[in-house]
Ligand binder design. Sequence first.
Ligand code: G1P
Length: 297
Amino acid sequence: MRRKVTKAIFPVAGMGTRFLPATKSVPKEIMTLVDRPLVQYAIDEARAAGIKEFIFVTSRGKGALEDYFDHAPFLEQELRKKGKVELLEALKATNMESGAIAYIRQHRALGLGHAVWCARRLIANEPFAVILPDDVIAAEKPCLQQMVEAYQETGGNMVAAMEVPPEKASSYGVLDVAEDMGSVVSVKGMVEKPAINEAPSNLAVIGRYILSPSVLQNLNKIKSGAGGEVQLTDAIAQDIGTDNTVYGYRFRGQRFDCGSKAGFLQATVAFALARDDLREDLLRYLQEMVQVDKAAE
Ligand code: G1P
């Protein structure tokens, strides 16, 4: 039996410049898909995968995130008084057990690898998950749960993977596949943001990882890579061929790039259409819009 994965790191230190001016005062991770902030989707996915300790790597200006996970007794009391049971339940899902959540500051924006490294003392010597809340994945079985199950078989390091259009590969970490076993692939190389035409494949890393603590040791000594930043991809790649070798996992589900405006809007529509209370009206509206658009052509 492998060691259980009970800790997850959520790197949320990014400035979210693509969403300025909104992110001037609102952390990107608090921006809402329908009525839940991005970060809530990430937390729910982690919980479903058995995560018990939630480590946020934050930065200046992210105070709203800490408030979001705090209990809100006054608000709860008001809702209880008014008999708003459903809203009370929704609020409860945001409460974190005392001590289950930790915040570490990344003092300088040195890259994703550095952000993960900032949490090293809270991870110590056990496997851990990393979730990038920008990557929202709609799936029947949550993506990280799928990965935890696959990881029971493989061990090592596992990254979520998805085929992307070849011309988009340079926006991602990309896998050089050694053996393709279907949903699991073994990896013989990984490149962060390869130059166009230099990607080893179009199998891209998506923001879910199960990592061995050896990656933290690799991060101790790694130099900056693509974009002048300390890259998590490079630190994981150093484990290829060791006892903690690297696997890609083709998850089942639909991934939305909520780090981009287009992806955020698509996710908003998709999650709204999945809701019984919104579906009918929204669908009618969208159909009308498409017709108007077509008529104008
Ligand atoms: C990060 C990772 C990259 C991965 C991507 C997935 O890049 O460095 O390997 O493919 O997330 O979303 P970022 O999007 O932060 O530039």
